[in-house]
Design a protein around this ligand. Structure first.
Ligand code: GSH
Length: 220
């Protein structure tokens, strides 16, 4: 609930993948928050005020005033919010460790590979066929793995939707919009549609604004 007057959470974001993940979680959890739009692609992440919150100059950043806490890294923020409300993550035991393992997988593998794929296939001023191929291959490895992980379940942790789904959805949403199709992966495609049908997800990917129109995808 994006309603500044009663919020004790400040959410610094822009309309891109890692920000959308946190927006989806805030919406799913029904938390009150105030959005601060930081156009990191126009240099606003480099202002002294913002660098004091995140020295890397990237969004998302979350400040929980009540807890006197500033957090960066989207998956750490997802875990914090889920724990704060006591929903969307197993509270303890093996199931919680599995959730954390999958969050690390998302942050260390899906995010960087999809990020580089997007950069070389969509945004790079120069066409670098080797890099396009390399990250298309890495993206396909992620897709095959995720399709396999979802082969006997509706969500990453089983039948319960969780922050792991939100973490993976952010990049799948952006890469799908950029023309990276999921048709070859039935389990992954079914999951993508299931998660995308949730009202909080549909709202989250428009906060503070939807993804921009993207340039055409380069082919190697
Ligand atoms: N590992 C970070 C990545 C954050 C990130 O790359 N944010 C992007 C937007 S989605 C950004 O701020 N880019 C601007 C820049 O790199 O200067 C996370 O998961 O939060």
């Amino acid at each position: 609930m994006n309603d500044a007057p009663t919020a004790d959470i400040d959410f610094y974001t822009f309309g891109s993948t890692n920000g959308h993940k946190v927006a989806i979680a805030l919406e799913e959890l029904g938390l009150h928050y105030e959005v601060h739009t930081v156009n990191v692609f126009a240099g606003e992440g480099q202002s002294p005020e913002f660098l004091a919150l995140n020295p890397l100059g990237k969004i998302p950043v979350l400040r929980d005033r009540g807890a006197d806490l500033v957090l960066t890294e989207s998956d750490a923020i997802l875990l914090y919010l889920a724990d704060k409300v006591g929903r969307l993550v197993p509270p303890s035991g093996k199931d919680r460790m599995r959730a954390i393992e999958l969050l690390f997988l998302q942050a260390s593998f899906q995010g960087p590979m999809f990020g580089q794929r997007m950069y070389f296939s969509i945004f790079s001023a120069e066409t670098v066929p080797y890099a396009i191929r390399r990250y298309e291959e890495q993206g396909a490895i992620v897709d095959r793995l995720v399709d396999h992980l979802l082969s006997d379940r509706n969500y990453f942790l089983g039948e319960e939707y969780s922050i792991v789904d939100i973490a993976f959805y952010g990049w799948y949403f952006a890469s799908n919009s950029a023309g990276f199709e999921l048709d070859k992966y039935a389990n992954l495609k079914g999951w993508f549609e299931r998660v995308g049908a949730r009202p909080a997800v549909a709202r989250g990917v428009t906060i503070p604004k939807p993804l921009p129109e993207l340039p055409p995808r380069k082919r190697a």
